[in-house]
Design a protein around this ligand. Structure first.
Ligand code: FMN
Length: 359
């Protein structure tokens, strides 16, 4: 309530990216007293614990990639109610990303459009930061190719593997290969070949069996999704993050003129949800029994989280709804999810995929 009536109106006076930096600053500022806040932000229940491809989560609600791109909040996010975080995307080389403005609110749609373009401190700096960090929750590390169109083919594979080798011995719980960033000159990958080489190299060079996920786009063709799942299964990939933002602008309430003014970028938040649920169901049908799904796209309530879990996800993530609903959202989602599970007489593990018929 306080967030909606006081804090959000003030934050929405600021440029979207400035507001993001302020939220970051506030989270870092809270760090010394975060253990005291833990009771306020966390909703702890045994029925919310999840085993995600061997990673034990206190609850299934994670912070999606893009919020903590540089791994600066890992010591505080566990006290703020999240069950896990995906840091990144991390790229081999540091980058300023695309020119500003590059992040826009669409309040009529409870959505954002971003074309950040993989800004970040780069693998060397982030690896060193995480090595020294006091992790308050399981951390996944999302790896993307450096945003430079001259890096193609074998060089692109080497670029991703550079970051993987920098981070694989850190105390991270999983890595995600981001095959789906719409905001770079390369866009989403359009064939599984490069991924196959990346998966094959990682499979040969993963001494501690770090779970590896691949993040897909809701804009991918059925054929591409099938090819990626086939290849991921062959090389022992632990599961899928579905999905990234969409380039679609279908069915938005925001004025056409405003959308034109904003221009290109990935759409996230409520309008993305139907596309992400569809991708989640598709992946649940295609994946192997050992693989798991982390769902993300327009999740803003326990009901949304339950919808994704019954469509096949073992855990969920969010970003955009945090901007609209504020920092108590993870607690609220966990509370509502726990109540829904109880009402349906299911454990979290039993609820995974209940709404999907497997052929
Ligand atoms: C500002 C912004 C930056 C993002 N940056 C990344 C990124 O670096 N890597 C990535 O895999 N996803 C990134 N995402 C996508 C999110 O992780 C998530 O997949 C997407 O926003 C859908 O979830 P949501 O509807 O809860 O926001 C970004 C999203 C936003 C809004």
């Amino acid at each position: 309530m306080i967030y909606r009536s006081l804090i959000r109106p003030a934050l929405f006076q600021l440029d979207c990216e400035q507001a993001h930096h302020l939220a970051h600053f506030a989270a870092k500022f809270l760090k010394p007293i975060s253990p005291l806040l833990s009771g306020l932000f966390n909703y702890r229940r045994n029925d919310l614990q999840v085993n995600l491809s061997g990673v034990k989560l206190a609850n299934p609600v994670g912070l999606a990639a893009g919020f903590d791109k540089n791994g600066e909040l890992v010591s505080v996010l566990g006290q703020l109610g999240f069950g896990f975080v995906e840091v990144g995307s991390v790229t081999a080389r540091a980058s300023n990303g695309n020119p500003r403005p590059r992040l826009f609110r669409l309040p009529a749609d409870q959505a954002l459009i971003n074309r950040m373009g993989l800004n970040g401190d780069g693998a060397d700096v982030i690896a060193e930061r995480l090595r020294r960090a006091d992790l308050s929750l399981p951390v996944g590390l999302n790896i993307a190719k450096t945003n430079d169109p001259s890096i193609q083919g074998d060089a692109a594979v080497a670029d991703i593997l550079y970051t993987y080798r920098k981070v694989r011995d850190l105390p991270v719980s999983f890595v995600t290969i981001n095959a789906s960033c719409p905001n770079t000159s390369d866009g989403i990958i359009e064939e599984a070949r490069e991924l196959k080489e990346i998966f094959a190299e990682i499979a040969k060079d993963n001494p501690r069996g770090l779970p590896v996920f691949v993040k897909l786009s809701p804009d991918s063709t059925d054929r591409l999704v099938e090819d990626i799942v086939e290849c991921a299964t062959k090389y022992g990939i632990a599961g899928y993050v579905c999905g990234n933002t969409t380039v679609s602008r279908f069915g938005l309430d925001t004025d056409e003129s405003e959308l034109k003014r904003i221009g290109k970028g990935g759409l996230s938040g409520q309008p993305l949800k139907p596309l992400a649920v569809k991708l989640c169901r598709k992946l649940y049908r295609l994946k192997s029994a050992q693989q798991s799904i982390i769902a993300v796209g327009g999740i803003a309530s326990g009901k949304d989280a339950y919808e994704f879990i019954s469509a096949g996800a073992s855990a969920v993530q969010l970003y955009t709804a945090l901007v609209y609903e504020g920092p108590f959202l993870p607690r609220q989602i966990n509370y509502e999810l726990s109540a829904l599970l109880e009402r349906n007489g299911l454990t979290l593990a039993q609820a995974v995929g209940v709404a999907v018929e497997k052929s």
